[in-house]
Design a binder for this molecule. Structure first.
Ligand SMILES: *[C@@H]1O[C@H](CO)[C@@H](O)[C@H](O)[C@H]1NC(C)=O
Ligand SMILES: *[C@@H]1O[C@H](CO)[C@@H](O)[C@H](O)[C@H]1NC(C)=O
Length: 498
């Protein structure tokens, strides 16, 4: 029975994916329990309580102590991991119905399941909420992967581990969906944190965070720490998965300074990528190649997605510089796992990856670097004597997406009031006391074009909002393959070093 169930899930997930070019297998990445051996330069005692009131420019001091928002109360308010998404608990309607909601910076609708679905355990019952009001207007969103359709309404929402207060918000009650709820997920709705321009059916549907800022008066910014950083073994029972801090940045969640890049245009969180380096080697592509047709930061995308030319150049450079021979192409396209004996350390074989972003001073850049531990991602429970990994990048025909693979290395500040995104080293992107990410700068941007983003064509009918989680099939993949299919030929077991 169990095998039949597993197989049907597997078959289902496999069938979702365009001609099975690659399998969206999901990784139950466990979370590093958090031995943060770093001293934070910030003064921890004074910055924690920040004014709830915003003067429009940024933070101002609260005169009324009840008007404060305590960032520490929001720390560790997320659960989940990169494969299944990071989600926050919300209380929706009157009386409140508790649901888990995926945090997605790549879309702008707040939508919850309003009908049963095989892959979710609960849903929002609009009939049981005395404050739910349907507008009768139908709405649907198509994502890179999956879509849903429903009806728009309004209701009251509060966040047990968010800013104090009840907010009246637009809510899409999902009636029908396809490939949106995935096997193994533990959330029932999606919180689109991007700009009104992406909201459906049109930008008049005020997004959730806009409503929070307007009604609670918190500063127009939020920050995100996702703690799934590539670690497969954790002894913690319920390790914190991350934090969504609304209204500011919490100093204990990062170290060093925050580097800012301008938001190129307010729809997605679009940024300008100037250069990519694999190890010390620049890919030397025209910088526009990194931004066709856009480059965005998206918490609802599992992998680092790269425009096809860029992806090919990265894979070629990694292959050339890594010490591994006979690297099966199936690893790069995501259809196969790479496995090593448990006592081997494959991370030493792979180079670092750096992304250069335009600094707020346009003639400068800074770079964010991820170590292989972030993009060579462990699959837990594979086989007793083997450690298996997937490749944390994939090719994209809809632009470069800085997804969870990269975001897990950084504390990312979405400073909407100043139209810029900040990156700092995340306090949880640490393994065995060593950081898994680096930030450096400033560098001169004189060697790249003045505008690498140029000419984005925003054709509404072609918009695909970029939520794209890697569905749950990793374990199934392995269990179905380990009796025969993971062999020396078909997988990368027992790699030899050149
Ligand atoms: C909400 O209010 C309570 C009581 O005033 C306070 O202790 C708590 O810190 C507040 N939470 C946040 C997130 O500001
Ligand atoms: C911006 O960067 C350039 C090049 O590094 C530097 O000469 C200039 O002083 C900087 N401008 C500001 C306002 O910091």
């Amino acid at each position: 029975m169990a095998n039949i169930a597993l197989f049907s899930i597997w078959a289902f997930v496999f069938s979702l994916n365009f001609g099975a070019t690659y399998c969206y297998f999901s990784i139950p990445l466990k979370i590093y329990p958090g031995k943060y051996n770093f001293t934070t330069e910030a003064n921890l005692s004074s910055d924690r309580v920040v004014a709830l009131k915003s003067d429009g420019e940024g933070l101002s001091l609260a005169s009324d102590p009840s008007g404060t928002v305590n960032f520490l109360d929001m720390v560790n308010n997320l659960q989940g991991d990169s494969g299944r998404g990071y989600y926050i608990e919300m209380s929706i309607g009157t009386p409140g119905q508790k649901l888990n909601i995926l945090v997605d910076t790549g879309s702008s609708n707040f939508a919850v399941a309003a009908a049963p679905h095989p892959f979710i355990t609960s849903y929002f019952n609009t009939a049981l909420s005395s404050t739910f009001q349907s507008t009768g207007r139908s709405v649907g969103v198509r994502y890179t992967q999956g879509n849903w359709e429903g009806v728009l309404g309004t209701d009251l929402v509060s966040l047990p581990k968010g800013p104090n207060g009840t907010i009246a918000i637009n809510i899409a009650a999902i009636q029908l969906s396809d490939s949106f709820f995935l096997p193994g997920i533990d959330w029932q709705g999606i919180l689109g944190l991007a700009y009104p321009m992406l909201a459906r059916p049109d930008s008049s549907v005020e997004p959730f965070f806009n409503s929070v800022v307007n009604q609670l008066g918190i500063p127009n910014m939020f920050s995100l720490q996702m703690c799934g950083a590539g670690l497969s073994d954790s002894s913690a029972v319920n390790p914190p998965a991350g934090s969504l801090i609304m209204g500011g940045a919490e100093p204990t969640l990062y170290r060093g300074s925050i580097w800012y890049t301008p938001i190129v245009e307010e729809w997605y969180y679009q940024v300008e990528v100037l250069k990519l380096e694999v190890g010390d080697q620049s890919l030397n592509l025209d910088c526009k190649e990194y931004n066709v047709d856009k480059a965005i930061v998206d918490s609802g995308t599992t992998l680092l997605r790269l425009p096809i030319n860029v992806f090919n150049a990265v894979v070629e450079t990694i292959t050339r510089s890594s010490q591994i021979e006979n690297f099966s192409s199936g690893f790069w396209d995501g259809t196969k796992l790479a496995c090593w004996k448990k006592d081997e350390n494959p991370m030493e074989l792979f180079p670092k990856l750096s992304i250069y972003l335009r600094a707020t001073n346009a003639s400068q850049s800074f770079r964010i670097t991820i170590l292989p531990q972030l993009y060579i991602q462990p699959i837990v429970d594979a086989e007793n004597n083997l450690g298996c990994f997937r490749f944390g990048m994939s090719p994209s025909s809809s632009g470069l997406v800085i997804g969870a693979t990269v975001m897990e290395g950084f504390y990312v500040v979405f400073d909407r009031s100043q139209k810029k995104l900040g990156f700092a080293l995340s306090s949880c992107a640490v393994s065995d006391g060593k950081p898994l990410s680096e930030i450096a700068g400033p560098f001169s941007a004189a060697d790249v074009a003045a505008d690498c983003s140029g000419g984005v064509l925003k054709e509404p009918v072609l918009w695909m909002i970029s939520y794209a989680l890697v569905a749950v099939c990793a374990l199934i993949l392995i269990r179905h393959r380990d009796r025969g299919e993971i062999t020396d030929e078909s997988s990368l077991v027992r790699h030899r070093i050149k």
